[in-house]
Design a protein around this ligand. Sequence first.
Ligand SMILES: NC(=O)c1ccc[n+]([C@@H]2O[C@H](COP(=O)([O-])OP(=O)(O)OC[C@H]3O[C@@H](n4cnc5c(N)ncnc54)[C@H](O)[C@@H]3O)[C@@H](O)[C@H]2O)c1
Length: 267
Amino acid sequence: MPNNLLAGKRGVIFGALDDKSIAWKVAERCVEEGARITLTNAPVALRFGQINELGERLNAEIIPADATLVEDMEKLFQQSMDVLGGKIDFVLHSIGMSLNVRKGREYTDLNYEWMQKSFDISSISFHKMMQTLWKLDAMNDWGSILALTYIASQRVFPDYSEMAESKALLESFARSFGYHYGISKKVRVNTISQSPTMTTAGSGVKGFDEFFGYADKMSPLGNASADACANYCVVMFSDFTRSVTMQNLYHDGGFSSMGMSPAVLGL
Ligand SMILES: NC(=O)c1ccc[n+]([C@@H]2O[C@H](COP(=O)([O-])OP(=O)(O)OC[C@H]3O[C@@H](n4cnc5c(N)ncnc54)[C@H](O)[C@@H]3O)[C@@H](O)[C@H]2O)c1
């Protein structure tokens, strides 16, 4: 139910590919809550995804940008400020891709060029995004920046491979940049650590279906859905969370606090 939590705010949403994408749900909820947004994704994803339909429905301009290219980031944020009529209040980084996972390389036999590309896409893009916003002075005071992450950054989930290190780096960027943005602009930077979710990126991980069921059983509240994640993002973009920064926030139905669950053992 809409509560106008984001009335008058301007946002930029990265990573909506199709209607399963977490970013897709976040975009819908943000607009429902009164925000005006621009949508962005890599040019190749714009060709194959369904983002045009979303853009039309939400009255959101779609601005192509490869998140690994600083010049694309500059154009994106400049154009977003022009289209939205002012500085930006919130940004969602919802980008993840591992070349080694996609090409089926074992963790003990990784290709390092692909690893660097994976880090660039999944993590360094977050720093590039924030540094560009910083240099353009594109964020409003008390703005909110979020990235989506996964608990494999902190605990071992073998099939997540190099994405574990990608997410550890991503979470560290949130803390380090959160310091600078907090001091200078009262802008907060956080990561949300989401449950396994049935999306294109999620289901690229080996054994994802079995793992999804395991995590669902381990979590007292069950896996958090993409819709629930969108609600959490809205709260984090709203003025009700102005003092929350430099945190990795678990949105996982309780999974991260569990040791053992009788449900998993079939007891
Ligand atoms: N699905 C899960 O189980 C799960 C769990 C926790 C966290 N996450 C994280 O949520 C985020 C969103 O993933 P999703 O599950 O919605 O899957 P998704 O596949 O729908 O989204 C990933 C997005 O990254 C975009 N992308 C890839 N390379 C890019 C580039 N160079 N420039 C710009 N964009 C690029 C893709 O086009 C796509 O839109 C990712 O960070 C992912 O790691 C997912």
